[in-house]
Every structure is written in C-alpha cells, then in structure tokens.
Design a protein around this ligand. Structure first.
Ligand code: NI
Length: 385
C-alpha cells in the first residue's frame, strides 16, 4: 500500500470528511461558492497566503519559500448536472446535481496537500489552485486571465481515475487526453410534400449521407496510426411524418491528439459535408468551434512526477495509463508552462467502486485521496528540489 508521511496520515479523517461534505453539497460550474468557503475554512490558520474570488469562485493558496521557481498544483471543484444514484450515505443532497467526476475528491486532496505544504522550508513557491468550471465552462481560461500562471515555471494536476485500481498512480509523457472541438452542420434543402420528393431537395436524406460520409474522414483520411474521433451526437429536423423539412441540424464532437491533424479537421469536415450535400441538391454550412487543446504531458515534468509517484506507491504501483479521447482544460495551463497531468487510481471493483466517470452511480475508493494528497506533497518537493 501507499507510503504516507505522518503529516498526511494525520489528516486522513479530515480529508474524508471534507470530501463527503462536498459530495453532499455539489455545486455546478461557476457557482462553487460554498465549496470555496469550505476550502478557505479548511486552510484557515495554516499560514498560507489566500486569494479568493478568482474569476468569481476560484481560490489560490500559496506556500512561499525562499527565492526559487513557482510550481502550480491545480485541482478542479465543479459538479455535474446528473441525478445521483450511487446509494452512498453521503450522496448528493442537491437534486439533479452530483459530483460524478471526483472533483469533490480533488478539492479534498488539494486542500490537504496545501495544509501539509504550508510549513515547508526551502527554495521556491507552491501555488495550489482550486479551479472552478472545468466541465466545459471555461474555468481554466478564466484562471489564466486572473493571473494564476504569472511567474509559474511548471504545472502539475491530478485526476482520480476509475480506469485504474486504487493504490496506483498513472504517469505518462506525451499525449494523454484529446483536444475537444465542437461541430455544427446545418443541411439546407427545399421542403415539400412527403409524397412528392421530386419537387423538393430533401435535407433529411442529405444529412443521413453526410453523417455516414463523415466517418470516412477518420477511416480513410486520417493516418491509421493516429487517433481521431468524429461523433455526431444530435440530429434535428422535421416536425411531421409526411413533410420534407427545409433543413436539418447536426451537432457533434471532434477529438484529436495531434495539433496539425486537429488544424486540418475543419477543412476536411467542411469539404465532405458540403460536397455530399451539394451532390444531393442541398447545401451544408459547417462550423467547428475550437474547445480545449489536447493534454500533452511534458517529458521532463513527467519524469519528475514519475519519481515522486514511485516514492508514494512504489515501482509496482506506478503505471503508464492509456491515453483517453476525453478532454480536460488542464491543457490550457500547458500552453503557458510545461506540465504533467497525473491519474490517481481510484477503482475498487471488489467494493463495487468502479463505475465510469460521469455515471450517476460513480463513486471511488477514498483511500485514493490519501495517495493523491501524498503525491501532491512529494511532487512539490521533487519539482522544487
Ligand atoms: Ni473531471
């Protein structure tokens, strides 16, 4: 099992209590007021320099040492609009809102690590960032705008991870999580009577062909050794069974790791959709809205994170995780400084704690909180040594 320092061990009950309290009181993106107040209360009297209200609800706790580099440790704190069905005694008391991604645990780990690091001596500054609104709501961008990256030389973040067993830490150099861009296609035709298709230009048939043809971008254009996903997640058009509508709207998500492949996707999607639609007498308007870039871990920072992780879970507990096509706004910080995003194994199938993230039945083994806290403490020491 994990090697915990006496300092972190002594925080065990408080870490679990904080996590469960936050789990009962989840708050959606940009409304994490109670959460931020709980963190501030948890850190009161620790001697850390606090900045609150960043971008509205963000919070920064700084442990200043002697002259030296500044390390940013980042955790996120928002919940999801999901009705909880975990059955846990500490289940959400807020209808339709749930910590289904583990951000409650991230806050607990970050707050405990901040306490443990408060008294540290030696060179450099550790800055613990509690970021709001990770779930697609621009939290990271707002934190950067608030200046959290000023003077920062490296960034490390953690995410509880139910794809890995509790007692492990997942560290990988290079691409870890995908860039996530948003796709919207409007196929316009000419509506008419369902019994007289020859007098209309049917956007439903055109949209159907567009959906199918988009998959050929991934299967026929993207190099087979590179990863990409095009998913059409919604199709809207028409209102009656016997009427051909004027237009059909498709929305979807486009995911890639490689930056140049990512840049090429709007042109590919546009060419395919407009070409197919035109062939069927319709027109297609294609919009690709850029989201977060890919999370690509810096090799040197990953190396140090690996060393810190091995001290906590041993070489046996250190794993190289599979990259995922899920996205994370951690990538936004990596545009400003090299960094590493680390997965904290949190699954315990024997106890039924292995549901996927964002599931209404999501929960994790709380022992992972101790592992994650200890890792944050160790990585600070490693990065600032
Ligand atoms: Ni998450």
């Amino acid at each position: 099992m994990a090697r915990l320092s006496p300092e972190v061990s002594s925080l065990r009950d408080e870490i679990v209590a904080l996590r469960r309290d936050l789990h009962r009181h989840p708050e959606l993106a940009w409304s994490e007021r109670r959460t931020a107040a709980r963190i501030a209360a948890f850190l009161e009297g620790s001697g850390l320099a606090l900045r609150t209200g960043l971008g509205g609800t963000g919070l920064l706790a700084e442990a200043r040492g002697e002259d030296g580099p500044t390390l940013l440790l980042r955790v996120d704190m928002d919940a999801l609009p999901i009705a909880e069905a975990s059955g846990a005694s500490y289940a959400s008391a807020v209808e339709g809102t749930m910590h289904a991604c583990g951000h409650d645990g991230h806050v607990a780990m970050g707050a405990a690590a901040a306490r443990a690091l408060a008294g540290r001596r030696g060179p450099g500054t550790v800055r613990l960032l509690f970021q709001p609104a990770e779930e697609g709501e621009g939290g990271a961008q707002a934190m950067v705008a608030a200046g959290v990256m000023d003077g920062v030389s490296a960034v490390v973040g953690v995410h509880l991870w139910n794809e890995l067993p509790v007692g492990t830490l997942g560290v990988k150099a290079g691409p870890l999580m995908a860039a996530v861009d948003r796709l919207r296609i409007v196929v316009r035709g000419r509506g008419g009577h369902g019994g007289a298709p020859h007098r209309s230009a049917d956007p439903v048939v055109a949209a159907a062909h567009v959906i199918t043809a988009l998959q050929a971008i991934v299967s026929r254009e993207v190099p087979p050794t590179q990863a990409a996903v095009v998913t059409v997640g919604s199709v809207h058009g028409g209102a009656a069974f016997n009427v051909i509508p004027d237009e059909v709207t498709l929305t979807g998500t486009v995911r890639t790791f490689d930056a140049s492949l990512r840049r090429s996707m709007p042109e590919r999607l546009s060419r395919m959709a407009t070409g197919i639609a035109e062939g069927l007498g319709c027109r297609a308007e294609v919009e690709v809205r850029p989201g977060n870039p890919a999370v690509v871990n810096d090799a040197a920072v990953a190396d140090r994170a690996r060393r810190a992780a091995a001290r906590v879970v041993g070489e046996d507990g250190l794993v190289e995780p599979e990259p995922t096509m899920g996205g994370e706004d951690m990538a936004v910080y990596f545009e400003r400084a090299p960094g590493c995003f680390v997965f904290v194994g949190s699954a315990n199938p024997a106890r039924g704690l292995d549901q996927p993230h964002h599931s209404p039945r999501f929960d994790f083994d709380e022992e992972a909180l101790l592992v994650g806290t200890q890792f944050l403490v160790e990585v600070a020491g490693e990065m600032l040594a």
